[in-house]
Structures are given as C-alpha cells and as structure tokens.
Design a protein around this ligand. Structure first.
Ligand code: PHE
Length: 348
C-alpha cells in the first residue's frame, strides 16, 4: 500500500512538472488530485481496510505526499502568474513615440463670436451688457416703447403671442426686438447709462436666405441729462463701430426712417468694406450697406420709464447679429447658422 501512495505521488508530481504554466490547467489538476474526489484524497478512504497497526503510518504517508504535491502546486501557480503578467506586458506593448491622433475641436458658434465682438467694441466705448427675458409682455415690448396698440408691428402677423403668459394672466409676446431691454434698464437704473443688450428675438417671418422666425440682435442705449448726449454722439459712436468692426475707416450714412421709440429715426448705412464705396456685388453697386436702425430716444419712452423727458436725452441703436456676421464673413444664407454642419462651423 505504501508503495502505491509513493508511485501515485511521484506520478502526480511528474504530471505537474510537465503540465503547462496556466492557471486554468493548474486549477483542474488540483481538483483531480487533491480535491474531495481527487486521486490522493480517495486513497485516505482506504485506511479503514488496513489492519489496525498499519493505519497511522499509512495516513501519515498519504498526508505527506499530499502536502508535497500541494507545495509544488503553489510554486507552479506563482510561476504561472509571473508568466501571465510577462505575456500581458508583451501583448499590451505601447509605443509612446508614435504620433497622436488629432482630436476634432469644437468651437464658439459664429453668432456667439460675432455677439462677443460687437459687445467688445461697444464695451471699449463704455457700454456694459444687460439682459431681459425673451418671453416679454406687451408693455415692455410695445407700449413703453411708444408703439400704441394700433401700430402695424403689433399686428398678429409679425409677433408670436402666448395667451396668459404675461403678468396677471395677460397675453405674453416673444420679444420682437431687444428694445424691450431698454425699457427694463431705463426703469431700474440711474442716469447716466450706456448699455448693450444682446439676445434672441422672434418674428413671424417666412424662412428664406436672409430671414428666419428667430434671429439675434444687439441693442445699444446711451442716456444722460439733456444736452449731454446728442445726435452727433450717435453718429460718432457708429463711425467708431464701423471702423472697429470692418477694420478700416468707412463712411457712415444716415437715412431718415421711422421707429416709434426714436425721434428722429435713421437707417444706418456703412460704406461697403469690400469696394470702399465704388460699387460691387456685396453692396449691390450702391457703395453702402445697411447695418442697423437707430435714433434719438423718443420723449414718450422716457415718460413711460419714469424719467423727465424735458431734462433727459439719449440715443439708441439696434442691429441684427446674423446680418453683420453674413456681411463680415461673406455668408450667403442665414440658414447655415442653424444647420450645425461642421464644414461650415469649422471655418470660424
Ligand atoms: N428695434 C429696432 C428693430 O428691431 C431697431 C432699433 C433699435 C431702432 C433701437 C432704433 C433704435 O428694427
């Protein structure tokens, strides 16, 4: 019997030595030889069939052989783990000297960039940025701006109304211009003030190459005591803007116009920055490009906002951000701004 134990042990050790250095194989070996029904474990069961005096020696022998196999198995396991790590390091080898793959960078949207540029230019002239809600009420968007209820711009054709969205359940209106922010700021701020209001505006316009139901404006407003802000200050401010925006000294032309909230009111044309006034396709041979509306603040606006119209004066202007961006960067269609085509966006 003792010999059987020894030869079984020797065979097990030999098999272990010849087996592969793999954890899965070693685990299987452990079950086959040392496990509950393993060949060496089963030998112990035979102890009972031996004559009494031989039992202790037999049991001790089996346990000694088991311990030897167990120890060797532990060593093989340690080597298998090492070999596995080495193989993984080899397989996962990384060449850190290879050139990287370039990332696709996102960027600031051209309309955001243009808004920043406009605000930056007027910021240098002392205007600071204010804001107001896009969902307005008729008081701020129309009434306080001297646009009475029968004014054509209040016609349902041009504005989006929301029933019950205004104060006290009155109807609200998606602001049709950033001029509503003039009213909010005039009502809460002390004079003098110079403010800008960039933001989104909404009109019921059919979409084409130069129109959309939603676009962006930047509003400007400068107010001081009567005599301290004049029409010539408006023109000088706009000349400075044209020079800084289009990069050269360009003529500014004012044409009479009409807005309820300014008097006098003007359309502002800037000499064409491409042909400098001689006439080209961009300015449709006129030499000038229309860039914004402007004027001197109407006394009715001051009155509605709690300022003495006799003692107060100011100018205001409002420009379309899309329009300025299209002129500056030669963009042919306003819809490009909202299509999110990376080939377009990557150019800014
Ligand atoms: N709110 C006018 C518009 O949307 C522009 C404007 C602003 C005109 C300020 C005069 C003064 O067309």
């Amino acid at each position: 019997m003792i010999e059987r134990v020894e030869s079984l042990g020797a065979a097990a050790l030999a098999e272990l030595e010849a087996g592969p250095l793999e954890e899965s194989w070693l685990a299987d070996f452990e079950v086959r030889v040392l496990g509950k029904k393993g060949s060496l474990t089963l030998l112990l069961r035979e102890t009972g069939s031996l004559p009494g005096p031989e039992r202790p020696a037999f049991g001790a022998k089996v346990n000694a052989v088991k311990a030897a196999v167990q120890e060797r198995l532990g060593e093989r396991r340690a080597r298998a783990a090492q070999a596995g790590l080495a193989a993984r390091l080899e397989a996962e080898r990384l060449d850190v000297t290879l050139p990287g793959r370039p990332l696709r960078w996102g960027g600031v949207h051209p309309l955001t960039r243009m808004t920043w540029e406009i605000c930056d230019i007027f910021g240098r002239l002392g205007f600071n940025v204010e804001g107001g809600p896009e969902l307005e009420d008729e008081f701020h968007n129309f009434d306080a701006l001297n646009m009475p209820a029968d004014h054509p711009a209040r016609d349902g054709m041009d504005s989006y109304y929301l029933e019950g969205a205004g104060p006290g359940g009155a109807r609200g209106v998606l602001r049709t211009h950033t001029s509503s922010v003039q009213v909010r700021v005039l009502r809460r701020r002390k004079l003098p003030l110079r403010m800008l209001a960039p933001g989104r505006v909404y009109r019921r316009d059919a979409a084409d190459a130069t129109h959309g139901a939603q676009f962006h404006q930047v509003e400007g407003l400068a107010v001081d005591r009567f005599g301290a802000v004049r029409f010539s200050d408006l023109k000088g401010t706009l000349e400075a803007f044209a020079r800084l925006m289009f990069g050269r000294r360009l003529g500014v032309r004012l044409r009479p116009s009409h807005f309820g909230f300014t008097e006098p009111s003007v359309e502002v044309d800037v000499q064409c920055f491409q042909c400098q006034g001689s006439g080209c396709a961009l300015c449709r041979r006129s030499g000038y490009i229309e860039v914004m509306g402007a004027g001197m603040v109407h006394p009715g606006v001051f009155r509605a906002c709690g300022h003495d119209p006799e003692a107060t004066a100011g100018f205001a202007f409002g420009m379309g951000v899309e329009r300025i961006a299209m002129l500056r960067w030669g963009i042919p269609d306003i819809r490009l701004f909202t299509e999110n085509d990376p080939r377009f966006l990557a150019q800014f």
